[in-house]
Design a protein around this ligand. Structure first.
Ligand code: FES
Ligand code: MG
Length: 593
């Protein structure tokens, strides 16, 4: 670990607040900072100024209790000799934002970069929680590269329905099926879903929020044990204090994201993602973070490093329990110790705590072996993602660990070809088209169909919609078939247990082959070869391509806001992290002044 060097002359905030070479500007900076009660002593006695990147607000309820937690962060910063500067970043909330919250991940990233670069901040506490907030803040900290540490908000308390655990998101997919089957009405549907969110905090299942906060910890960017603490528990506020105290030391140690976010740290995160049953959004966000951090991490690495890692965490949607049991069972440190003992992750790499991964987790224990499994008793053997290819797209992701036994029986147990199946494509042009037509009897959808969703990638549905997991028609559900194979160029909620093939790149809207598919075409899915192919001759495909080009390409809906238009012009595909491409070359910008 870096040696402490308390020479305050190298603090970047000195250039603003204590610069004898420019008394005019120093006075101006001090004058306005003092107007709410700060003293000259606080700003001129060589204390690090610590930003607190606030993501909580009334329109971001998953992160709203950060407004309270920030007080304990401040206490920790002050006790450790720093000066807290809390500031808002552009709010992002997963369920409220139209057309999709993911379009704002890059906006939140940009806004944080501007604050960290343009203001006198020596280190920063990143208040994360709801899905996109964690990657956005990590990406911003990586680009600027000042000392940074994550404080997760933590999951809500467990939700319950009929005395069964009802996980955020997960319960919606289940309740929708019940409503489609005619078992429950509108009022009960709403009650079931809202009862599943009983407290402050982010989603309590292993959706994208729990996943990304776990991966922040796995990367070494938070204190050990931070991610799993439920939001209302006292340990959450105590972690806030410890995190505030720690960032001040990180400034003196000059411990920056570039020291922590190494290739090995990303490899650890991929392994951890499999072991926790992490979200299919994780490859998008980790790819984005790696690119901003300047780490080479091709999508294929997810399968190479992660596929054979077993599922250890028994948490919805892949398993049974929720955040409270997971925390009591030992949380991420217990998972990481299990992986470390089997030499599946790197132990001797630095983390925000100032200690190595090994030092962080070596005393962690599993308190409940049903919730956190041992390697010889996993829930699923190969819990990672397959990286699919073929003539329908260049890359797509599939989370095979959530394929149900019923689904496996129906699609994957052909005695002649155990891991492949063919189906008739039913193509939808976005979620609105799907909702309008899924129950149309003319489509004649049966269990031999594959539902395809297109027009939902980063360009086609700005930000890429979470819509690939499509429910079968109600008539099929009533016959007991509650899942069909789904393929698409959009994303899918991390709380969904659907075995979809998603994140397909390139998307239809930029001319990917998905745009050539027609309802009624035959598709072949081969999980052994990791391929999805349209069973269409090259002549026919060429003719369709010509027709598509002649028609001016796949129809792109108009942008509704300036940001949608701006992002469309700059953003890459999902396999490249959906980042703002012109932002990628701006790395470690704090060092450049
Ligand atoms: Fe915000 Fe799930 S919707 S954490
Ligand atoms: Mg989501």
């Amino acid at each position: 670990m870096a040696k402490r060097d308390r020479d305050s002359r190298r603090l970047r905030s000195r250039a603003w607040f204590d610069n004898p070479h420019n008394p005019g500007m120093t006075a101006l900076y001090l004058e306005r900072q003092l107007n709410f009660g700060l003293t000259r002593d606080e700003l001129q006695s060589g204390r690090p100024v610590i930003g607190i990147a606030q993501t909580g607000s009334d329109i971001a309820p998953c992160n709203r209790h950060h407004l309270e937690l920030a007080k304990r962060v401040r206490d920790g910063i002050i006790a450790s000799g720093g000066v807290p500067f809390e500031f808002p970043v552009h709010p992002v909330q997963e369920t409220l934002k139209r057309p999709t919250a993911s379009i704002d991940r890059n906006l939140q990233y940009l806004s944080l970069v501007e604050v960290l670069h343009g203001y006198p901040i020596d280190g920063v506490v990143l208040l994360t929680g709801c899905d996109k907030t964690t990657p956005a803040l990590l990406m911003g900290a990586a680009t600027v590269d000042i000392p940074a540490i994550v404080l997760s908000g933590g999951p809500m308390l467990n939700g319950w329905w009929n005395r069964v655990r009802a996980g955020s998101g997960v319960v919606i997919w289940e309740a929708r099926k019940q409503q489609a089957a005619g078992n429950i009405g509108y009022e009960e549907f709403i009650d079931i879903v809202t009862d599943a969110a009983p407290s402050i905090g982010h989603c309590n299942s292993m959706g994208t929020a729990s996943t990304m906060n776990a991966l922040a910890e796995a990367l070494g960017m938070s204190l050990p044990g931070c991610a799993a603490i439920p939001a209302p528990y006292r340990q959450r506020a105590q972690m806030a204090y410890a995190t505030g105290a720690r960032i001040v030391d990180m400034v003196w140690e000059d411990l920056r994201p570039s020291t922590i976010l190494t290739r090995q740290a990303f490899e650890n995160a991929i392994v951890v993602n499999s072991a926790i049953g992490g979200s299919t959004n994780a490859p998008i966000h980790l790819t984005a973070l790696a690119r901003h951090a300047g780490v080479d991490l091709p999508l294929a690495e997810w399968q190479r490093i992660g596929y054979e890692i077993p599922l250890l965490v028994n948490m919805q949607p892949a398993g049974e329990y929720l955040g409270e049991e997971y925390y009591r069972a030992g949380g991420l440190p217990a998972v990481m110790r299990t992986l470390l003992d089997a030499a599946l992750i790197h132990g001797d790499i630095p983390t925000a705590s100032g200690r190595s991964v090994r030092e962080n987790v070596q005393t962690a224990t599993i308190a409940d072996p049903d919730v956190i499994r041992s390697l010889d008793n996993p829930l699923v053997a190969n819990a990672g993602f397959l990286v699919m290819r073929g003539n329908l797209f260049d890359t797509a992701i599939m989370k095979t660990s959530v394929i149900s036994a019923d689904f496996r029986r129906r699609y994957l147990s052909d005695p002649n070809d155990v891991m492949a199946f063919e189906g008739r494509a039913i193509v939808f042009e976005g979620p609105e088209d799907y909702h309008a037509r899924i129950d149309d009897p003319e489509l004649d959808i049966d269990e031999h169909c594959v539902l395809v969703m297109r027009g939902t990638g980063p360009q086609g549905y700005p930000g890429a919609a979470e819509v690939v997991n499509m429910q079968p028609p109600a008539a099929l559900i009533r016959r007991g078939i509650d899942a069909l194979p789904c393929i698409g160029d959009g994303r899918q909620s991390g709380t969904s247990g659907s075995p979809s093939i998603l994140n397909a790149a390139p998307e239809a809207a930029v001319g990917g082959n998905l745009a050539l598919l027609k309802t009624g075409d035959r598709l072949r899915v081969d999980l052994k070869q990791c391929r999805v192919d349209m069973l269409i001759g090259t002549d026919e495909l060429d003719a369709r391509r010509q027709a598509l080009d002649a028609a001016g390409g796949y129809p792109m809906p108009a942008s509704q806001t300036p940001w949608q238009a701006i992002q469309r012009g700059l953003v890459s595909q999902l396999d490249q992290g959906m980042v703002l491409e012109p932002a990628v070359p701006f790395q470690r910008i704090a060092a450049k002044g």
